[in-house]
Structure formats: structure tokens, C-alpha cells
Design a protein around this ligand. Structure first.
Ligand code: NAP
Length: 296
């Protein structure tokens, strides 16, 4: 059995992943700025402060920490927070790794929105970074993660939109749909990569168990925004006839952040499949059926 340290472990992904690891019998410590219970370890990367008592037991670090990309408009100040909360916390974590003699693997979250938008070609892990804000953020974030290679093997998962009922983007999207207000965003023709929370957690564990190294797109697939919204409405047994919300309206309310919703991105998941990983959910329809039925 393995002892894990999950930074940002109290967030959407960390909660599910922590539960899955504990069910398998592993020991999980969560690094958080707000420790609330046993198994939580206090840290504050900004103040370069960390509670050290369990660090000597850590064998694997799962890095999920970072200010939420979709929580606030991307002002200049917020962009700096989004970057620093990722890059500086990894750098601080690396400094503290000196207190982790058993550390033998580092795996980090990263984002799928790193290739730029609006090409018809499926992006693979060997494609170049784009030139927009998120691409530049991911580039710095991954550079920081890869610095762990001086200590142990490193894997990076470029995560697509996480589909989970209990939080994140889907929970927010489902609210208007509940009132029969589901509609496409922008043209509705733009593609959106997605991953079911269960497949994402399985993919983290698969990479750890098999000591996979390198960068992997973490997406079950991609779907047009119109199909995405239509499927959610259908599964929730709600009407879907509202007119599309124009890109200009989304841009007015969300600013530059609206690009995540209105611009198109197709990504390939061939690399992780060729590495032996099998996704549970072949399409968005089956993923939503699972989400709505609350199957485990
Ligand atoms: N969910 C998605 O759809 C998605 C898609 C692509 C990539 N990702 C990436 O995957 C990772 C995990 O996603 P998630 O959905 O679980 O995120 P989340 O729910 O927002 O949780 C992230 C955690 O990061 C910690 N955090 C926030 N600000 C921080 C700061 N300034 N310094 C250090 N830690 C900070 C928080 O932990 P404490 O408050 O407990 O300290 C929080 O629980 C994130 O890096 C995210 O960007 C997620």
C-alpha cells in the first residue's frame, strides 16, 4: 500500500480521487490551506509554510493545487493569481521534497486548453502550445511540474472539462437546464473536450500504478457544444428549445474567460489508450446517464 500526498486535495478532483485511493487501502494526506480534519496537512505556499510531521512517509505526490480557472473574470491581477497559485506552489512543494526521502513519483494536473483553438485537427501531446493566456499558463505550469524530474519520474495529465454532478462546470451548467433554460452557447458548433470524473481518477491511478512518464491528454472525447447541452437537457428530461446565447453576450459577462466555452478544440486520447488505459465511458451520452443515475 502506498502513502499519497494530494495538494489541492479538498477540491473537486481531489475528493473523488482521495476516496478511490482510500477504498483501495492506500493512505492519503491532503495538503490544504484550510485543514479541517484528520488526514489534512496545512500548507500555505504563498507564505512558504507547511506542517512537516507526515512528510517523511510520502511516496507519491498528486498535484492538483491552483486557483479555480472559472471562478472569476480574468483581470490582470487574477491572471497572476492563476499562474502563481500553480507555479509557485509546485516550486515550494519541490523545496519540501527534501523532507520526503521515500518520494518516488510525481503526477500533476494540467489543462487541455493549451493548444490554441479553432483548428479542425485533433491535437496530440506533441503539438505546440498556443499563444493565448491559458496556453501560456499551462506551459509554465508544466515546466514547473517537469522540474520534479530531478527527483523522481513525472507524469502530467492535461485535463479536459471534468464531468461530475457534485461540482465544477457541469453543476453550474445544470442549474439553468433544471428550469428549462438549456441552450447552446455561441454557435453551438464548437467542440468541447470532456472527461468523466471516474475515468479521470482511474487515469491518475493507472499512471501511478504503471509508473507512466510524460504528458497525456485526459479526455474521454470531445463533443459539439450544441450536442453537449442537448444531451444534458435530454438526460434531465428538460426541454431544449431556447435560442443560442450569442458569443458577444458571453464575452460581455465573462470577458476573456468566455473563450473556454465559445472556441473549438479537438483533442486526441490515443496516447493514453496506446499506453494501455481503457476509458469506461465511450461517449457523452453514457457518461451523463451515469451522472444522472448517480451510479457509483
Ligand atoms: N475541474 C475541471 O474541469 C478541470 C479541468 C482542467 C484542469 N483542471 C485542473 O485540475 C486541478 C484540480 O481541479 P479541481 O476541479 O479539483 O479544482 P478545485 O476544485 O478548484 O480545487 C483546487 C484546489 O486548489 C487549492 N488552491 C486554490 N487556490 C490555491 C492557491 N492560491 N494556492 C494553493 N492552493 C490553492 C484549493 O485547496 P485549499 O483551498 O484546500 O487549499 C482547491 O481545493 C486544478 O489545478 C485545475 O485547474 C480541472
Amino acid at each position: 500500500m502506498t502513502t499519497f500526498l494530494i495538494s489541492g486535495g479538498r477540491g473537486l478532483v481531489g475528493k473523488s480521487l482521495g476516496r478511490m485511493l482510500k477504498r483501495q487501502g492506500h493512505t492519503v494526506y491532503k495538503l490544504t490551506r484550510r485543514p479541517k480534519r484528520k488526514g489534512h496537512i496545512y500548507w500555505n505556499p504563498e507564505k512558504q509554510s507547511i506542517e512537516g510531521k507526515h512528510l517523511h512517509k510520502i511516496e507519491v505526490i498528486i498535484n492538483l493545487a491552483g486557483a479555480n480557472i472559472g471562478a472569476q473574470k480574468w483581470t490582470k491581477k487574477r491572471k497572476t493569481e492563476l499562474l502563481n497559485s500553480r507555479v509557485n506552489s509546485i516550486q515550494f512543494l519541490k523545496q519540501t521534497a527534501a523532507s520526503m526521502p521515500k518520494l518516488n513519483y510525481f503526477i500533476s494536473a494540467s489543462g487541455i486548453n493549451c493548444y490554441g483553438y479553432n483548428t479542425q485537427i485533433e491535437k496530440t501531446e506533441s503539438d505546440e502550445y498556443g499563444n493565448d493566456f491559458l496556453s501560456e499558463l499551462v506551459k509554465e505550469w508544466e515546466l514547473a511540474s517537469n522540474s520534479f524530474k530531478e527527483i523522481c519520474p513525472v507524469a502530467i495529465l492535461r485535463i479536459a472539462l471534468v464531468v461530475d454532478k457534485k461540482g465544477g462546470a457541469l453543476e453550474k451548467i445544470m442549474k439553468p437546464v433544471k428550469f428549462g433554460l438549456g441552450s447552446p452557447l455561441g454557435t453551438g458548433q464548437q467542440y468541447l473536450p470532456w472527461i468523466h470524473i471516474k475515468d479521470l481518477c482511474r487515469m491518475f491511478i493507472y499512471c501511478i500504478e504503471n509508473q507512466k512518464e510524460g504528458t497525456f491528454n485526459a479526455a474521454n472525447g470531445y463533443i459539439s457544444n450544441e450536442e453537449f447541452m442537448k444531451t444534458i437537457s435530454k438526460k434531465m428530461r428538460k426541454p431544449f428549445f431556447f435560442p443560442a446565447i450569442p458569443k458577444t453576450v458571453l464575452s460581455f459577462f465573462l470577458g476573456e474567460m468566455s473563450t473556454m466555452l465559445t472556441e473549438s478544440l479537438k483533442v486526441s486520447n490515443k496516447k493514453i489508450k496506446e499506453n494501455g488505459f481503457e476509458f469506461l465511458f465511450p461517449d457523452f451520452d453514457s457518461a451523463m446517464t451515469h451522472i444522472i443515475k448517480k451510479e457509483d
